[in-house]
Design a protein around this ligand. Structure first.
Ligand SMILES: [Fe+2]
Ligand SMILES: [Fe+2]
Length: 163
């Protein structure tokens, strides 16, 4: 924990609220990571390879986001959610299992788009909330927001390419 770093945040806002918002983001990133990783291995059929490889890369990006949120939580003296079973309920965007039909790429892609849109919405709200309160968390939410906005765009294009 960074003592001074925590103090300057606490002077403007309840640090426990910041930690709770960061934990929500942390949980959502884990759920997205798991959802995309599993879907990458599950999809099959014509055109599945391109979608699968994109899902693999994307799932690694979401895990990196989870790491960044975990580091910020620890920096503020908080504890990242440690109960794996609680991740889907701690997050605000939930987890969507891949469709039963392994060749239903459109559904897989739509589920990714839904998760990305939920994240875009949440991180945008968080950037607004923290912009004058906690500059470090603000920068983090803003940086991850940039990634998710570009992810959404990319998956929309992938969906449009599906016949
Ligand atoms: Fe992410
Ligand atoms: Fe993303």
């Amino acid at each position: 924990m960074g003592k001074k770093g925590r103090e300057i945040v606490q002077a403007k806002i309840d640090v426990n609220v910041v930690i709770s918002d960061l934990n929500k983001a942390y949980a959502d990133e884990w759920c997205a990571h798991f959802q995309y990783w599993l879907a990458a291995h599950w999809v099959s059929g014509i055109n599945a390879d391109a979608v699968s490889s994109r899902l693999t890369t994307q799932s690694a990006d979401e895990l990196m986001h989870a790491e960044r949120f975990a580091n910020r939580i620890i920096e503020l003296g908080g504890v990242p959610e440690m109960d794996f079973a609680k991740l889907a309920s701690v997050g605000g965007c939930g987890y969507k299992a891949p469709p039963k039909d392994q060749s239903n790429l459109k559904q897989v892609i739509q589920d990714v788009i839904d998760a990305e849109r939920c994240a875009v919405d949440f991180y945008n709200k968080m950037a607004d909330k923290y912009k004058d309160k906690d500059y470090v968390s603000y920068e983090l939410f803003k940086t991850v927001l940039l990634d998710e906005v570009s992810d959404e765009d990319e998956w929309e294009n992938l969906l449009a390419q599906q016949s």
